[in-house]
Design a binder for this molecule. Structure first.
Ligand SMILES: CC(C)(COP(=O)(O)OP(=O)(O)OC[C@H]1O[C@@H](n2cnc3c(N)ncnc32)[C@H](O)[C@@H]1OP(=O)(O)O)[C@@H](O)C(=O)NCCC(=O)NCCS
Length: 176
């Protein structure tokens, strides 16, 4: 699957495609920024590329668990995933989505482009519900989820400890 949209950011074509092995170093670098600098993810130790590989291979280019990458002029701008929500079998029709952009690429529509592409890719998969957890505060992510039709379903208080503080996570849900 590949989707081209002219208009995210500079006007040059931004292409969305499945993530591949050749993206792994850059995707790890992008994620590690949020691991080390922010509470948006509850991983606390940066990944080596090698340790991040199982994450890549658990998101093939078919099925309910996808990895899509936004690319412009050969540069990776960010990525979105749909992943297993919880491991028990009856949860298999629920996926958890997330999206991370290189920090300098935020606020110009790339996150929305990735989510639009991801939901299109999942259209014919056996997925009924999409869930997403957002560490608070994160206005951009909350607005992104609301604009894609997610409903807020509640806030888990103080469920993560990072940087010596406890963090709330707002959960969102939408049918596919
Ligand atoms: C969250 C993120 C994926 C959103 O993608 P984005 O490309 O920046 O967002 P878009 O430009 O597509 O805009 C989506 C919505 O967020 C809003 N938004 C974007 N940046 C914002 C900011 N800095 N502050 C407040 N709102 C913001 C937009 O106005 C838009 O809302 P609207 O539809 O109500 O107008 C991106 O900012 C990001 O990667 N942030 C860091 C990592 C992260 O927090 N990931 C999510 C983990 S749950």
């Amino acid at each position: 699957m590949s989707m081209r949209v002219n208009g995210a950011g500079t006007g040059t074509d931004t292409r969305v495609r499945p993530g591949v092995e050749g993206d792994l170093a850059e995707l790890t670098r992008i994620y590690n920024h949020y691991v080390v600098e922010t509470p948006v993810t509850f991983d606390t130790e940066p990944f080596t590329v090698e340790r991040r590989r199982p994450w890549l291979t658990s998101h093939p280019d078919h099925g309910p668990h996808r990895l899509l990458v936004a690319e412009q002029g050969g540069a990776v701008l960010g990525y979105a995933t749909s992943s297993a929500f919880r491991p028990k079998q009856a949860y298999s029709t629920s996926v958890e989505t997330s999206v991370y952009l290189a920090p300098e690429q935020t606020g110009r529509g790339v996150g929305s482009l990735l989510y639009a592409s991801l939901f299109k890719a999942l259209e014919h998969e056996d997925v009924r519900q999409v869930l997403a957890g957002v560490t608070l505060p994160n206005e951009a992510s909350q607005r992104l989820h609301l604009s894609f039709g997610f409903q807020p379903v509640g806030v888990f208080r103080d469920v993560g400890r990072k940087f010596g503080a406890y963090w709330d996570v707002a959960w969102f849900q939408r049918p596919l």
